[in-house]
Design a protein around this ligand. Structure first.
Ligand code: MRU
Length: 344
């Protein structure tokens, strides 16, 4: 079965014994893949945001564990499990918010306790399954989300939630892809400061698929909604709590507040691997703070500077501001803890 759409870019390519990672920091100017042979390399690729986006982070980490098994089973067959367990602990420290990372590592870790005739092959197969299951979930969500957009004229998205951020196809961008196959749609993308995932990645990815898109400064969103051009805001998620509170790229909460003010619907699209059933609400989600130098002009980046920067890279949108959470198991309208239980 071919799950990948013919034109979608691939963030991650498993070669059989190494992982090719598209360096997303260099897009859209340069399309270059780095080849990784061990878990330490994959850790670095995630932490430095060569690969980013919650599902893609989880998939990369799973391949990182497979690489660890290949390496340690060959070099230290007597205690390869301990070495792999150490690598799993390290991979879990690469980024804190996307729960897909911890979910994928748990799937791989579960294999460590099993008696396996061919451990490298078993771990590779598990990672590949995590990857292909994610693509299948995206395609299902694309259809379910597109059902909600019948007759809709304008949508706005935030960050990058496409093939670059997932196993392929995308979550929020997957819904937009599917919807544009059914109807004409005006697609707007916020630039997504400070990393510019919208300006560098989303508009590039849509253009690759020949889907027209209009880029706007994040601060222009209120004025765009006021114009009446937007019917739905559609975003992805890094972690969804049991009550539907959703952590996603910084600026998502602002868009949800603006959507409420302007009578615009708000859709979150994420596979169930993004739901953290262990936490009751969004207050329990760790929000990643990245280095202030990602924001701070270089002239202030010195000892004794009076200027510092605050750089949280996610925020939490309360469930009450969300019109629909779309997963591969179904759609939860006006999410509450009870409604979310229906897709558990
Ligand atoms: O910091 P990033 O680029 O990893 O953040 C990505 C996002 O916030 C996405 O919206 C989210 O991971 C969903 S991707 C399908």
């Amino acid at each position: 079965m071919t799950l990948q759409t013919k034109k979608s870019v691939q963030a991650l390519q498993w070669t059989g014994n190494s992982l090719n990672v598209l360096d997303q920091r260099q897009l859209p100017d340069t399309l270059v893949y780095d080849d990784y042979n061990d878990a330490a390399g994959v850790f670095e690729a995630i932490a430095t945001m060569r690969v980013r986006g919650a599902p893609a982070i989880g998939i990369a980490a799973a391949y990182g564990v497979a690489l660890s098994v290949i390496q340690h089973f060959a070099v230290t067959p007597a205690n390869w499990q301990q070495k792999v367990a150490d690598d799993i602990v390290q991979l879990a420290k690469s980024r804190p918010t996307a729960v897909n990372l911890f979910w994928a590592l748990e799937q791989m870790k579960a294999l460590l306790g099993q008696s396996l005739t061919n451990p490298p092959l078993a771990f590779i197969e598990c990672a590949v399954k995590i990857h292909t299951d994610d693509i299948a979930a995206n395609i299902k969500m694309g259809e379910l989300g597109a059902d909600l957009l019948a007759g809709v004229k304008g949508v706005m998205t935030h960050c990058n939630t496409g093939a670059l951020a997932t196993g392929g196809y995308g979550t929020a961008l997957g819904v937009i892809r599917s919807a544009t196959q059914r109807q004409s749609l005006n697609v707007y993308a916020g630039e997504t400061r400070p990393w510019l995932q919208g300006a560098r990645l989303t508009v590039w990815e849509l253009a690759q698929d020949e889907i027209p898109v209009t880029l706007l400064a994040d601060s222009a969103a209120a004025w765009l909604m006021k114009s009446g051009a937007i019917d739905w805001v559609i975003v992805g998620a890094d972690r969804i709590a049991a009550n539907g509170d959703t952590a996603n790229k910084i600026g998502t909460y602002s868009l949800a507040v603006l959507a409420k003010q302007h009578g615009v619907n708000f859709m979150v699209v994420a596979p169930t691997t993004t739901i953290d059933w262990a936490i009751q609400n969004g207050d329990q989600i760790e929000i990643e703070q990245r280095n202030q130098n990602e924001l701070l002009p270089a002239c202030y980046n010195k000892a004794g500077s009076l200027v510092s920067a605050w750089n949280p890279v996610f925020d939490v949108t309360p469930a009450e501001l969300i019109s629909a959470i779309v997963t591969e198991r179904g759609v939860v309208l006006n999410p509450t803890e009870q409604g979310m239980r229906g897709i558990r």
